[in-house]
Design a protein around this ligand. Sequence first.
Ligand SMILES: [Zn+2]
Length: 407
Amino acid sequence: MAREREARVALLLGLICLAPTLLAVERPPGLGDVREVRTWSYAEYTRVVVELTKEVRLPEQGLIRLAADTRAGRPDRLYLDVPGIWVGRRYESGIGVGDGLLDGVRLGQNTLRNTRLVIDLERYGHHRLYTLPSPARIVVDVYGKRGRSRGDSGGRLPTELRRVHTVVVDPGHGGRDPGATGIGGLREKDVNLSIAKKLAARLEDRGFEVVLTRDRDRTLTLEERTAAAESSGGDVFISIHANASRRSRTRGIEIYTLDANHERHSLDVAARENGVPAARLDPLQRALARIQVGELASQSERLASLVHENVIRGIQQRNRSLPDLGLKKGPFYVLFMSSMSSVLVETGFVTNKRDAKLLRSAQFQSELAVQIADGVDRYRQQIEAGPAASARLAKGAAGVRRGDGIR
Ligand SMILES: [Zn+2]
């Protein structure tokens, strides 16, 4: 082995001395690198994340599926050609997964300017492919019935039979990401955490199992938020945020579910919460448009509408002058990436003087927590009463309306 390495070094030195142009062929300039490859195994799918040093535009055809090649000893697999990325031989031997769904993940230099991602499959149902910015990532979620059961759960019940037991509460931002900054330096991340902790306590009072994606001021990636939610087997996901506007007079509460909505106002909020310019939400919107989320979407809308009703009623009963900006839809990464009924609450504007005063107040935070928890409790009652009864109960609940361009 040592001799082989010596020989290679000699060859390389030879190339350097004799033909500098050949070195350029080794790695063309201007390419990005693969920074890291990670996988997460959940009950319903396995997530593969390839982190890159620069953003890429994926080919239109996306992932291509290849049948098993028994002669070459290759299993059923998916591959994707990633342009403008150099990986060299670093991941040639691949990363083993072996979770009953994926065998493993390999990356190789397909052409000088093209890296090929290969996902070796054990089982396959369908997949979704999308990109995330800052840092640039390619995400592949592979869904399917696992070959062998991991742990005791052996997969989840169909959504309509699911009980509502575990609630994931997600305080937006944190650590190096302060979120919006408002009046008197009020930081969104602090408001979010404070309300989320109160909400967790109120949900526990009602017998829910509660998982907080963070319980202190720390930085969390999107994948880490989703991992906390998915690995806890959560039934409901509630992301807590506070709003911001360039107009200091803008104030009020708005509640969001997931949708690829081109309405201007929702895009602005989603862009801020996603940490990207609105124009860059296009890939996510295209991914959303391709995905069938029927049952999950309608359950999320029901959850959102009950939370919304409760919060607005609670505010009115207390004579709080906080405007109802309504129930809206938008392309939020954090709602897109988990597989449970999910809702995002924008609790008020840190950039408005009166809202900021409310958001600072422990009393107001508690009122909000009680009302959100009541909304989740009503959602549980509807789900557990069964489809027929829940349809009856849902009648009269406010429908989802599109954003109305308040800014
Ligand atoms: Zn936020």
